[in-house]
Design a protein around this ligand. Sequence first.
Ligand code: PLP
Length: 457
Amino acid sequence: MSEEKKIPYKIYLDENEMPKQWYNVRADMKNKPAPLLNPGTHQPMTAEELGGVFCEELVAQELDNEHAYIDIPEEIRNFYKMYRPSPLVRAYCLEEKLGTPAKIYYKFEGNNTSGSHKLNSAIAQAYYAKKQGLKGVTTETGAGQWGTALSMACSYFDLDCKVFMVKVSYEQKPFRREVMRTYGASVTPSPSVTTDVGKKILEAHPNTTGSLGCAISEAVEVAVKNPGYRYVLGSVLNQVLLHQSVIGLETKTALDKYGIKPDIVIGCAGGGSNLGGLIAPFMGEKLRGEADYRIIAVEPASCPSFTRGVYAYDFADTGMVCPLAKMYTLGSDFIPSANHAGGLRYHGMSPVLSQLYDDGLMEATTVTQTEVFEAAEQFARVEGILPAPESSHAIRVAIDEALKCKETGEEKTIVFGLTGTGYFDMVAYEKFHDGEMTDYIPTDDELEAFRKNLPQV
Ligand SMILES: *Cc1c(COP(=O)(O)O)cnc(C)c1O
């Protein structure tokens, strides 16, 4: 024990050990992720076309498959210093409770007001919008984490922030909405009558409670129609994974300080940004043949993009205004069962991770909601942190891998991403405690039906 605890409970880095550059894993990929396509012509999107929707420098990052390292501007590094470096925690208490010889570490990204890793990319996107002299940005938010992070980032740079929030969340999560308004964002329930696409959707489905795909379409429309505005997105895109590499780079530096080499790296996967960021430097070593790691994506059984989706070009949004992305997808009309972790409900997956998964460089697995909340509660009770339901998908699989080690006696080192806190998810916790948590797992026939609507590319 005393020998063991030479590794502290929390491995902190100094400010000067924080990364000064993001790492772009695409530079080391033999098979690059497929390009975004124009939804009309099915030709690769040019920088000029993308520039109508996204900020210039972010477009450059989106298209950059060459440069392995991209400087983090000083203004962004200064903002990072307000809440980073984030701690890498050795889960001694959890290990003891499980009675496992495995060594478990987690990188905790919930230590900021927005409560998740999303701020890492929000601040970068706001910075480039400001630098371009824009008035503001538009976006969508589902469960609310991304909208919260972006509103914080925009207020820091004095930018206007227009958030379209999926109507059901707008009504069910009034506190998230108020946090966004506190940071000066305007929040509109989607679908709304403020956009053409919103009106169209409302005419066709007057009682709809909204979806991410629909909110994206509205946010894009407002960005394109208002001079001085661009659209920003909190996951899926290459640029977002690039910004989130700060998570993995810090993790790697902290582990290297103590000569620790993980056997398994685990993260939850919604659009893939936290996982892509966490694994980036480890995947880089793997791609360059310098080291090997097991890398596991964890997704909900009710929204299984990797494990039961198809690798194909698909629409990113319901209104079909966004570029087509080649990704593991369930189809853009797919709506997962209501009862689950908000931030993991997207129908598609990051094109970078999709390519890595297709090349057999990472694994994916699914877990059910009840299993997830059992793990969340067990974790909260021994490690103290109240985890977000999304993050708890990774906790579940980390615990399962640690229990396997207990059986085999292997002392594996497991690292997982703890992406955020769950204070705004207490309705889900309540359902779990009251025994009312259900987890609808779609049938093969149901998934097949959504696949029929994939665009023919
Ligand atoms: C949004 C979110 C996720 C999932 O998004 P990714 O882009 O897949 O990382 C996971 N955890 C938390 C806490 C989130 O807010």
